[in-house]
Design a binder for this molecule. Structure first.
Ligand SMILES: Cc1cc2nc3c(=O)[nH]c(=O)nc-3n(C[C@H](O)[C@H](O)[C@H](O)COP(=O)(O)O)c2cc1C
Length: 732
């Protein structure tokens, strides 16, 4: 069982009890905070001798003086037969008011300590604390794996909202939760009698009358050397027993003092078990320092957040869990498909491939990559591998690469298909490593490695076409991902362009429905650079377009170029004002522009200028934004051209450089414009500029190569900028 399973199942089961302990713990943290405000602490340097004198002067029948961990002094006395506990001011011994152990109902403490089940419940609570410890340890392993090691622990967290909440909260409170479970276990060990704090007998000592007048407490030599800061409790001798002694307990131990002479009669050092227990209590309850109690309270309350977000993560993963239908037995299959997936989506693609091949008459077996093997019956092997944790394998396939590297090469072709995201510097790194290892070992391949960006169904379908050709069989890979809730959007305006190479294009503006999914539901907020998924009629596969507007603009705008034979672009370019489309929003947080004053370098080609135009439109703060636009012909594909001129005029756009490749003196490609402006580009990067690139994959690749060359003298590269989260691409 891996760390992930341990974490998941412990979290889902014992996690519910941990929520009870967390919430009650958070409530109990109120007490130390409350007590810290009730009474003052002793002045620094005050000795127990002086304190005892002051208190005995004001409280005639004082029986015991306690210093609470908060520093407040409480005196226990008797009013007749009635025991009483009062706060006193250590400055003069004045009684300040009645002391109460807790302002909370007793059952809260009992619920926390024993789940309201008495002794059996104490074992239950201890077991839960142990489970919390294991949850924390597994969380640390998973956190490091997810983020790609210690060095990246503080990096940006990616994933769904629930995943981000779980990971970010984990980074903040994991250490505190670990500590509370360890200290909780330490305390349970003594409450349950597993550890004896002090097995020694008390010394048999008595006060001896000297015949002279008794020394007053303020002159007790034994008490003069002890600061109030070290005091735990001071028990006064009984008024009626002349042989009774004073007894003092401090963090260091306990001592017995002659009531007549004030001499220390006996002293016992605190045992190690007592000292450790003392620290555990302080750290677990926060009773010695109210700010720590606040931290503990927040950490306790966060357990509920972990449980809820963990539950959502489990629920979502459940929906994507591998459930391959129609799986042929391994030994009989002529096609084997092996999958490495963290979030589960790659299994969906595997199922699509599986079904298409099975429909073509193949016997297909699909399994997890850690079970990689070939069989005598296998004719083709496919490996579908996602990359995680900044270039690493998904957790379940952590050892698969090493295993494959040790296998003797077979003769059956093994084709790798990677799944990743270009926003990561190590794009599809695990698939690349698999491909390299397989080729180095001598395995043949039917097709070279292909990497699918952001789970693109279109890219997968294209790979399917290449596969169909290579196999010499008809094969269509139409992967229909699970779609989120969609809404109908109504076209309100369009601006048409002749487009380059005879492919007309339009900027389409849709009204954003304020009611159903719109602004009133915070969930549906979107920003320029996010994606709108459009489901064309007659297909379940959405096509994604980058948004040129944000919800604050009050409309949704995209730039669409007609793709020859393209179902969605044909549908969109055929729309008239008033027609509707079916759509949903897919956030693209890695491409979003963080707020700030840092300059922004925007590089876009063709319809790729759309999200960049959206950034400029919202640049009300007039941060310096510089746009490099690449097109073919200003008369045909200068999308947003009029808007850009207007934004230049009102300073939303600081500068605009264009390059048109199909006209004389047009300036070539956008990367040529960057090269011409090398000094300026370096200057902007030196000022901390953020870079956003949007356009075709080839264009993004050429821009990255150009910038690598331009930045080399600064010992910088595109990959270094990506590491610093200053460089993001949106490619299609
Ligand atoms: C936390 C996290 C880390 C990721 N790290 C990388 C990475 O280093 N390189 C990459 O190309 N993709 C990375 N991705 C993107 C995933 O590989 C991509 O979304 C993939 O399609 C997920 O497939 P799965 O759902 O089967 O796990 C990461 C995604 C997440 C959530």
């Amino acid at each position: 069982m891996g760390w992930k399973s341990i974490h998941r199942w412990l979290g889902l089961t014992v996690g519910t009890l941990a929520v009870v302990l967390g919430i009650t713990g958070a409530l109990l943290a109120v007490d130390p905070v409350d007590q810290a405000w009730q009474a003052p602490s002793a002045e620094p340097g005050l000795t127990v001798a002086v304190l005892a004198e002051r208190v005995t002067n004001t409280v005639a029948d004082a029986a015991e003086i306690r210093r609470l961990p908060s520093g407040a002094i409480v005196v226990y006395s008797f009013a007749g037969e009635q025991p009483r506990a009062s706060y006193v001011d250590p400055a003069d011994g004045r009684v300040l008011g009645t002391w109460q152990a807790s302002t909370l109902p007793r059952w809260v403490k009992n619920l926390h300590r024993s789940l309201l089940l008495g002794d059996a419940g104490r074992w239950g609570a201890a077991g839960t604390a142990l489970a919390m410890g294991v949850l924390c340890a597994s969380a640390l392993v998973l956190l490091l794996r997810r983020m790609g090691g210690w060095r990246r622990l503080t990096g940006r967290v990616r994933g769904t909202l629930a995943q981000r909440i779980h990971v970010v909260a984990g980074r903040v409170v994991l250490a505190v939760l670990c500590l509370t479970s360890i200290t909780g276990l330490t305390m349970s060990a003594s409450t349950l009698g597993l550890v004896e704090l002090d097995g020694r007998a008390e010394p048999e000592v008595l006060s001896v009358a000297t015949g002279q007048a008794d020394v007053p407490a303020s002159q007790f030599a034994a008490l003069q050397g002890i600061a109030v800061a070290d005091l735990r409790k001071l028990t006064l001798p009984s008024a009626t027993d002349p042989e009774d002694t004073w007894k003092i307990t401090t963090a260091q131990g306990q001592g017995w003092i002659d009531r007549h002479s004030g001499r220390m009669l006996a002293w016992q050092d605190a045992t190690w078990a007592q000292r450790i227990h003392g620290w555990a209590v302080v750290l677990h309850t926060g009773n010695a320092a109210w700010p720590w109690a606040v931290v503990l309270g927040l950490a306790g309350a966060s357990v509920l957040l972990f449980w809820l977000s963990g539950f959502v993560i489990w629920w979502q993963a459940r929906g994507q869990a591998p459930r391959i239908t129609g799986n042929a037995p391994l030994a009989q299959a002529d096609v084997l498909v092996f999958v490495a997936s963290e979030g589960g989506s790659t299994w969906g693609f595997a199922q699509t491939l599986h079904d298409a091949l099975a429909q073509g008459g193949h016997r297909v077996h699909t399994g997890a990559l850690e079970d990689f093997r070939t069989t005598p019956a296998a004719r083709q092997v496919f490996v579908l591998a996602a990359t995680y944790g900044d270039g690493q394998a998904p957790a379940h396939a952590g050892h698969a690469l090493d295993r494959i590297a040790r296998l003797a090469a077979g003769t059956v072709p093994v084709t790798v298909l990677g799944f990743g995201d270009r926003q990561f510097p190590a794009f599809c790194a695990f698939a690349v490593a698999l491909e390299q290892t397989l080729r180095q070992r001598g395995w043949p391949a039917l097709l070279p490695l292909e990497c699918i960006h952001q789970q693109s169904s279109q890219q997968f379908a294209l790979w399917g076409r290449a596969l169909s050709q290579a196999l010499g069989e008809p094969l269509v890979l139409e992967h229909v991902p699970r779609l989120p809730h969609t809404v109908a959007l109504r076209l309100t305006a369009r601006k048409d362009y002749p487009g380059a190479t005879g492919q007309p294009a339009s900027v389409l503006r849709f009204a954003w429905p304020a009611g159903s999914l719109g602004r009133r539901h915070g969930l549906a907020r979107f920003a320029a650079g996010d994606l709108v998924g459009i489901v064309p009629p007659g297909s379940g596969v959405p096509r994604y377009y980058s948004l040129a507007s944000g919800s604050q603009d009050g409309f949704l705008e995209i730039c669409v170029r007609l793709m020859p034979g393209g179902l969605c672009s044909t549908h969109l370019l055929g729309l008239k004002a008033g027609d509707t489309i079916t759509a949903f929003i897919r956030p693209n947080p890695a491409f979003a522009l963080p707020r700030g004053r840092r300059p922004v370098l925007l590089i876009g080609a063709g319809s790729g200028v759309a999200p960049l135009a959206g950034f400029i439109r919202r640049n009300e703060a007039r941060r310096p934004m510089h746009l490099y636009f690449g097109g073919r012909d200003p008369a045909r594909d200068f999308y947003f051209g009029d808007d850009l001129q207007q934004w230049l005029g009102d300073d939303r756009l600081a500068s605009l450089q264009t390059a048109f490749s199909r006209i004389a003196d047009g300036g070539g490609y956008v990367q040529d414009a960057l090269r011409r402006d090398a000094e300026r580009v370096r200057g902007l990067v030196a000022q901390g500029a953020l870079v956003r690139v949007c356009g075709s994959r080839t264009m993004a690749h050429d821009v990255a190569r150009t910038l690598d060359a331009l930045l080399a003298p600064m010992q910088l590269s595109v990959s270094a900028l990506k590491d610093e989260e200053r460089y993001a691409e949106d490619v299609f």
